[in-house]
Write a protein that binds this ligand. Structure first.
Ligand code: PMP
Length: 369
């Protein structure tokens, strides 16, 4: 046994609010069809791989020096990309970057939440929002979504007004349900909020809904839009998340970020990947078409399918979703049990992967629907 293995977590002087909690745990299994973490299934092109390799080789000459603490060149490239993708002109001063949008969210809670403060989310939603709240000792205030998991805007406004959270999380499109929030509804939440509103747009490129970026100028002290290169951008392994907000937010985050948090290698690789944005995002249309195809196949088989604006689909209703999840795995298809009784979530994959998923679904429907 490893030295010290006799001690358990319960034996440690862990902070009270972390006792008994579970770690983030999407299973990482090697199976033929992996549709469980909402990645882009298209591997990088040879041109992108070559460009990243060359950029990292160049950067390696400077490995004895710390990286640019403020990642100015990378943030400039991200601002250009956001301006092109959303049509909202943003500059380097509006953009901050970190190791995945999870780190962006953590830095935001470090600065704007923490002990004695609270964060609200509309559940079911992204499971890391409560986990990052726990990690920063922020009180988590869950509010249930309405029928078919759509955001009930009136109930959301009422909850914000009554509970006055320091941070409101709005995920659009929402993981795991796939709904986008219209700008008009977002305005109502922003008007009701006394603290900040983080719009988590991890899946924005998959949706035709306008980005919350259009509201930054109107709500400079409240609105933060979080984004990532992990999903549509096919860069999950590169770990690069970012946000857009009024420049004051970027200044605030400098107070909590660790110096040099983005390595020389990360910055160089992300900039190289950004140069290939157009070819990478070319796969987004194909994935949207596959989403329509898979949704229809599931509905035709008799499943209840939640309409999705993203690269994943929530579907049910299973008599026993845990057993159904295992039945998919037994057929070599790894999907996600997000903890909603009766429902499972599949990521839209390559056509051949989706075919395998649909074939498994046809069999599993006869067993568990
Ligand atoms: N937000 C949402 C809604 C997500 O689904 C995810 C990834 N599952 C993230 C943020 C974090 O992704 P990353 O840290 O890779 O940017």
């Amino acid at each position: 046994a490893a030295p010290g293995a006799a001690a358990t977590v319960d034996d440690l002087p862990l902070r009270e609010n972390l006792r008994g909690k579970s770690a983030y745990g999407a299973p990482q299994l090697t199976v033929p069809v992996q549709l469980n973490t909402n990645e882009n299934p298209h591997p990088p092109t040879k041109a992108l791989v070559d460009d990243v390799a060359e950029a990292v080789r160049e950067a390696a000459r400077e490995l004895h020096r710390y990286p640019d603490r403020d990642a100015v060149a990378l943030r400039t490239d991200l601002a250009d990309y956001l301006t092109r993708q959303t049509g909202v002109p943003v500059t380097v001063d509006n953009v901050w970057a970190a190791n995945g949008s999870n780190e962006i969210l953590q830095q935001l809670l470090q600065a704007f939440a923490g002990p004695g403060r609270s964060a609200m989310g509309f559940v079911p939603s992204y499971s890391m929002h409560p986990i990052i709240s726990d990690g920063t000792d922020t009180t988590w205030l869950p509010v249930l979504r309405g029928a078919d998991f759509a955001l009930d805007v009136d109930a959301a406004v009422a909850a914000i007004t009554e509970q006055r959270p320091d941070v409101v999380f709005v995920t659009s499109p929402n993981n795991p349900t796939g709904h986008s929030i219209p700008i008009a509804a977002l305005r109502l939440l922003l008007d009701a909020a006394s603290g900040i509103v983080i719009v988590d747009e991890a899946y924005a490129e998959f949706s035709d809904a306008p980005s919350a970026l259009t509201l930054i100028d109107e709500y400079p002290t409240k609105l933060v839009v979080s984004r990532t290169m992990s999903k549509a951008f096919a860069f999950a392994g590169g770990r690069l998340g970012y946000l857009a907000a009024a420049p004051a937010f970027v200044e605030a985050l400098l107070l909590v970020r660790l110096p040099y948090h983005l390595s020389v290698v990360t910055q160089a690789a992300a900039r190289a990947a950004l140069r290939h944005a157009d070819e990478t995002l070319g796969s987004v249309h194909a994935l949207a078409a596959e989403r329509v195809r898979v949704s229809k196949a599931l509905a035709d088989t008799g499943f209840h399918v939640i309409p999705s604006d993203a690269n994943f689909i929530l579907f049910g209703e299973f008599a026993d979703s845990a057993a159904a999840w295992q039945a998919y795995l037994d057929r070599g298809v790894l999907i996600r049990d997000v903890g909603i009784p009766g429902f499972l979530r599949t990521t839209v994959g390559l056509a051949s992967e989706n075919d395998a998923f649909i074939a498994a679904s046809d069999e599993i429907a006869t067993m568990y629907l």
